[in-house]
Design a protein around this ligand. Structure first.
Ligand code: TRP
Length: 331
């Protein structure tokens, strides 16, 4: 049996933060040694909600690419590309749209949720409704076996599988049914204790300079009931401790938790341990970011040659898809 194929994408809708690092990128890096991996920057997906102001799009695409490389994705092992450079995704999106009942798209939970959540943008667009279908095209065009994603993406994997079956029912077995590969990771909390998200302005970005990372951690909220240094705290109520659970050793976690409960240490002492551990993870990333940011031609080459490789696979699949439908030429 040939090596199984993995595909995943990330939206360049903002700069990447440490939540994206531990939730997606580190997992992608692990998978690149085991599978034939295709990772892409979903720039069209970013446009589905950020079409009105595209002034930062290019910058965000570059930030995603640089962070992928800095986190350890190796273009020799994994194919890294941009969605918009493989226009076959759009063709498959159109073909899939023919067999997709509107109601299937309307009932995807992220559709209504995001529409009511996002107030500053008009998401009553055709592109936004089609978001999950575009994602289906992304996945099916590589005949991916596995799609590593977070739980929030499960409905999108489900609709992909349904559309896959429907297409195959009409036209024959063109696409294998992909499976989600759930990334088991606790939601990374932001500096204010809510989920880390650019909309909350509570992120530690991979592009933040060290001083800023330190500052952000130092000013993080802690157990709100621990006001004075002598007050005893509850680590479980402190977002700082949530980050310790991700970035610190078990022993360090036990020590800061005990120190917090007994008021043996202050919040700054606890934060210093976290800062040290965050720096250990981020320092090699900062170094590689700086390396790549000085080489714009190399970045362009990596993205273009990855896109070329991806295109070869996509073109191949589309030959089969067109032929199955009866669009494969007259003979
Ligand atoms: N919707 C995904 C997200 O927001 C990004 C994405 C687009 C994706 N196309 C994909 C993920 C295909 C996996 C496979 O995280």
């Amino acid at each position: 049996m040939s090596v199984q194929r993995v595909l995943s994408g990330i939206q360049p809708s903002g700069r990447l933060h440490i939540g994206n690092l531990v939730g997606a990128l580190q997992n992608w890096v692990r998978l690149q040694d085991q599978y034939e991996c295709y990772y892409f920057i979903a720039d069209w997906h970013a446009l589905t909600s950020q079409y009105a102001d595209t002034s930062q799009l290019k910058e965000f695409v570059k930030d995603v690419l640089v962070n992928c490389l800095a986190a350890g994705l190796d273009p020799e092992k994994a194919t890294i590309f941009a969605q918009s450079r493989v226009i076959e995704h759009a063709e498959l999106h159109v073909l899939l749209s023919m067999v997709t009942p509107l109601s299937w798209l309307e009932r995807v939970p992220t559709y209504k949720e995001k529409q009511s959540e996002v107030k500053d943008k008009d998401l009553n667009t055709y592109g936004f409704l089609g978001y999950p279908l575009l994602q289906s095209a992304d996945i099916l065009i590589y005949r991916a076996d596995y799609v590593p994603v977070g739980v929030d993406q499960v409905p999108h994997i489900e609709i992909t599988r349904e559309i896959c079956r429907r297409f195959n029912n009409f036209y024959g077995e063109v696409f294998p049914e992909p499976e989600g590969l759930l990334t088991q990771f606790p939601k990374v909390v932001g500096t204010d204790g809510r989920k880390m998200s650019k909309t909350y302005n509570n992120c530690v970005y991979l592009s933040d300079p060290p001083k800023e990372v330190e500052q952000k951690i130092r000013t993080m909220t802690t157990d709100p009931q621990r006001i004075k240094r002598t007050d005893k705290g509850d680590p479980e109520l402190s977002p700082v401790f949530q980050l310790h659970k991700i970035f610190s050793t078990k022993q360090e976690q036990d020590e800061v938790a005990e120190g917090c409960r007994t008021a043996g240490i202050g919040c700054i002492d606890c934060k210093k341990v976290l800062i040290k551990n965050l720096f250990t993870v981020l320092e090699p990333i900062w170094e590689k970011r700086n390396h790549y940011l000085k080489k714009p031609d190399l970045l362009e080459d990596i993205l273009e040659s990855g896109s070329k490789k991806a295109r070869e696979v996509a073109v191949e699949t589309m030959l089969d898809a067109r032929k199955a439908i009866g669009l494969g030429g007259l003979k």
